[in-house]
Design a protein around this ligand. Structure first.
Ligand SMILES: [Zn+2]
Length: 113
């Protein structure tokens, strides 16, 4: 389950930031996940619940923000939103899409104390 290593990665970022910024508790984490990131959100939430125990994020709330994926359609020249990597263009039905965003996962904001 790669969500476990993603959750550990998030926790590592939190620990690095806490050392840099000098906070000791994380209250809320806003995590952006692109539609193409290949992350199973429920698995990630479960994994995060496991890895955060006894850490600075032990009581933190995890807020997931879903980002749509965008692609550039070579056939009709439009920027379109897609839900999966090999979707057809919703405007012209073409398959020559160049994905421009949507495969990222990052911490958008932290509420700390
Ligand atoms: Zn198109």
């Amino acid at each position: 389950m790669h969500e476990m290593s993603l959750a550990e990665g998030v926790l590592q970022i939190l620990e690095t930031e806490s050392a840099k910024q000098g906070f000791s508790q994380v209250k809320t984490i806003w995590l952006e996940i692109g539609a193409l990131a290949g992350v199973e959100v429920s698995a990630l939430e479960f994994a995060f619940d496991v890895v955060r125990r006894g850490t600075l994020a032990g009581n933190a709330q995890l807020v997931i923000i879903h980002l749509p994926a965008q692609a550039w359609c070579l056939s009709c020249g439009q920027i379109v939103e897609i839900r999966q990597r090999y979707d057809a263009c919703p405007i012209c039905g073409g398959y020559q899409l160049q994905v421009s965003s949507g495969d990222e996962m990052r911490i958008k904001e932290l509420e700390v104390e």
